[in-house]
Structures are given as structure tokens and as C-alpha cells.
Design a protein. Structure first.
Length: 197
């Protein structure tokens, strides 16, 4: 069991028969007769819906073990992402609904963390920064090269905005959460496909 004041991001708990992952938690101590409270942002591990709530600091929860495995993404098939354990070659299917908002960045060959509760996949964790290849973009403009941006289509079909000097075939680094360009990859001679930064 874990009390609300000890909740931390990344933990998983059971509350009223539902399993949740803690995305954010902030403890506020009470004053005088007022007990402390913990403000949390939760994600339901079944439905992926988000919920924000304040719990009394002494409220107890059943903590759920959340396991992570590094798996290689293979392909998408009929609503499932298919992953493989590079050591055992065992394959795991994760429903698209559990992929999260940035699962469209997945490319065959990428290694990402997949979360499990009781041997059942409950989520995909992409790194905060990814290296991706630009599949298509307009030729570089010679004026205002550093201040203006243009659309670029990545190898996985996702579109992002990049500086004017980026050209088709370049490998760039993007911030996964904001989907914004960070910089050009230091190692341009990478194999085809995205790689974890």
C-alpha cells in the first residue's frame, strides 16, 4: 500500500477498481486542523482517459507493479502495434488505443519501452527526443534561412516544421512531446529509420 502523500509520477495504483498511472503529483501540506492533500494527474490504463483529482494525504492505495521492457517495433497490423523482444524474439501486440498521442512516430526497427501490468501491455513510452529522417521538404530558401520555417514530411509520414536549411534526406532531432524541431543530427550517416537519441 502507498499513501497519497507518497505518490510520484511513473507509479501505478488501483483506485475504485480501476488501474491508473500517475502522470503528475504534487503534495500540499495542511495547516492547523486541515490535513494535507495531494493533487494528481492520472491516466486510466484501460481507457487511456486522463483524470485530475485531489486526495487526502493519508488516503491509502494499492500500488501496482509497472514493468518496462525494451522492445523493437516491427509493424502495425489490424489495429495493433507489433513488438519483438530482441533477446528472446517473443512478439507482443499492443492495441493502437494504448499507443498514446505520439505512437505515429514509430518506425520499424525502433527500440522503445513498453509498459506491462501483470504481463499485459498497457502503454508505449517513446523517448523525449527522437532522431528521424526527413523524407520530403522544399528546397532551402537563401533568404532568412535561420528565422523562417517550412513543413517537412518525415520518413514515417508525420509532418513537422523545420528551418529553411534542412533538406530532404537530413536526419533531425525532434522533441517528442511538442513535436518541434531541435537540431540537425550530429551523425548524419545513420541507417534508414528513426533511432532513439
Amino acid at each position: 500500500m502507498v499513501i497519497a502523500s507518497q505518490l510520484r509520477p511513473g507509479m501505478a495504483i488501483c483506485h475504485q477498481g480501476q488501474n491508473y498511472k500517475i502522470l503528475a503529483a504534487e503534495y500540499h501540506p495542511g495547516q492547523g486542523q486541515m490535513g494535507g492533500v495531494t493533487h494528481v494527474r492520472l491516466q486510466n490504463l484501460e481507457t487511456r482517459t486522463l483524470w485530475e483529482h485531489s486526495f487526502r494525504a493519508d488516503l491509502k492505495f494499492e500500488e501496482i507493479r509497472l514493468d518496462k521492457q525494451s522492445l523493437e517495433y516491427l509493424y502495425n497490423n489490424r489495429g495493433y502495434y507489433c513488438f519483438m523482444d530482441p533477446q528472446t524474439f517473443d512478439q507482443t501486440e499492443v492495441p493502437e488505443a494504448l499507443g498514446g498521442p505520439h505512437a505515429n512516430l514509430l518506425e520499424p526497427g525502433m527500440t522503445v519501452a513498453v509498459e506491462f501490468v501483470n504481463d499485459r501491455a498497457v502503454g508505449i513510452l517513446l523517448p523525449s527526443v527522437l532522431e528521424v529522417r526527413v523524407a520530403e521538404t522544399a528546397p532551402a530558401a537563401h533568404q532568412q534561412q535561420t528565422t523562417t520555417f517550412k513543413p517537412a514530411k518525415l520518413a514515417n509520414g508525420v509532418e513537422v516544421m523545420v528551418p529553411q536549411f534542412i533538406k530532404t534526406g537530413d536526419t533531425i532531432r525532434i522533441d517528442v512531446e511538442s513535436m518541434k524541431y531541435l537540431d540537425r543530427s550530429k551523425a548524419e550517416a545513420k541507417p534508414k529509420g528513426a533511432r532513439v537519441a
